[in-house]
Design a protein around this ligand. Structure first.
Ligand code: IPM
Ligand code: MN
Length: 346
């Protein structure tokens, strides 16, 4: 028997509800095979912080590090000051475990309604850098709260960090039928970081001669995501631009209820982490209304990352079949999970 030692960080709000369904579908995907799932839950998030003041201790981190993968629900709660859990837990995990490839597919499945009048075929993937950029916390404020306040957030872009994510994006583009890579940045304004990214794409392209490339400023990229999303195959971009573009990508492909993501450590020096793009949605938490589909698709990404390609394909196929038929049917979180699990079992 092969065992998936899974760290489960359900977190806050609807994270708890959607992760339960993700695990249900994961169990269904491995049922009857020689693969077993051994989940360990970590009590992290708002409740833990209120009770102990901890966000993610060194002991938590070292324990999580021993797993094969992490399934995460959502982090954040209005009762906790903004940034405490985001920085102290979610970003700390991404940084400490070197999740430098934040992979976010933008795919419009048949049967799903896009808000675009003419969406065309949408099937791209955003490779969002996950460990650098403005997210590193290299900033500060002086004369805080006065009319003379100066608040800085410095975007950190290292040659090492940019090259490794660009290389990963090229490899993904090479493996896809269209073999196209779009760099998104803003090098007309952010000249230092922008030119590092541009030079890096140009240099790494030599090792992937089959891949064609183009470049868009981030503002123009938002236009094309609305007017002609079919033009995109693989997008590589920095941490903050990637955050913004992937919410737009979710919106045009049926909403954040469907948007999956993988925080990947391609060198496998630490477990990768799989999570829906959406947040904890405190407004609907506890009501059984959240759509667990994004989490289930994140489980499919996890299975693929761990080498369980058939199981991953079965989960994605179950979701695709459900999406093709779901229409406006209203189901609870658990009903969607149960029906997806039944489809996976076949
Ligand atoms: C996301 C979220 C996070 C991010 C927040 C909660 C820190 O928006 O996963 O996209 O900005 O990366
Ligand atoms: Mn986001």
């Amino acid at each position: 028997t092969r065992t998936i030692n899974l760290a489960v960080v359900a977190g806050d709000g609807i994270g708890i509800e959607v992760v339960e369904q993700g695990l249900k579908v994961l169990e269904a995907a491995v049922a009857g095979s020689d693969v077993a799932v051994a989940p360990t839950s970590y009590d992290l998030g708002a409740q833990r912080w209120h009770a102990t003041g901890d966000t993610l201790t060194d002991a938590d981190l070292e324990a999580i590090r021993t797993h094969d993968a992490i399934l995460l629900g959502a982090i954040g709660d209005p009762s906790v000051p903004s940034g405490v859990l985001e920085r102290g837990l979610l970003l700390k995990l991404r940084f400490a475990l070197d999740h430098y490839v934040n992979l976010r597919p933008g795919k419009l499945y048949p049967g799903v309604t896009s808000p675009l009048a003419n969406p065309g075929e949408i099937d791209f993937v955003v490779v969002r850098e996950g460990t650098e950029g403005p997210y590193v916390g290299n900033g500060g404020s002086i004369r805080t709260g006065t009319p003379h306040e100066v608040a800085n957030e410095v975007s950190v872009n290292t040659a090492f960090g940019v090259e490794r994510v660009v290389r990963d994006a090229f490899a993904r583009a090479q493996a896809r039928p269209r073999q196209h890579l779009t760099l998104v940045h803003k090098h007309n304004v952010l000249v230092h970081a922008g030119h590092l990214w541009r030079r890096t794409v140009e240099a790494v392209n030599a090792d992937f001669p089959d891949v064609t490339t183009d470049y868009l400023h981030v503002d123009a990229a938002t236009i094309f995501l609305t007017t002609n999303p079919s033009r995109f195959d693989v997008i590589v971009t920095d941490n903050l631009f990637g955050d913004i573009l992937t919410d737009q990508a979710a919106a045009i492909t049926g909403g954040i209820g469907l948007a999956a993501s993988a925080n990947i450590n391609p060198d496998r020096t630490a477990p990768s982490m799989f999570e829906p793009v959406h947040g904890s949605a405190p407004d609907i938490a506890g009501q059984g209304k959240a759509d667990p589909t994004a989490t289930v698709l994140s489980v499919a990404m996890m299975l693929a990352h761990l080498g369980y390609d058939a199981e991953s394909a079965a989960v994605e196929a179950a979701v695709a079949a459900d999406l093709a038929e779901r229409g406006d049917r209203v189901r609870s979180t658990a009903e969607v999970g149960t029906e997806l699990a039944a489809r996976v079992r076949g």
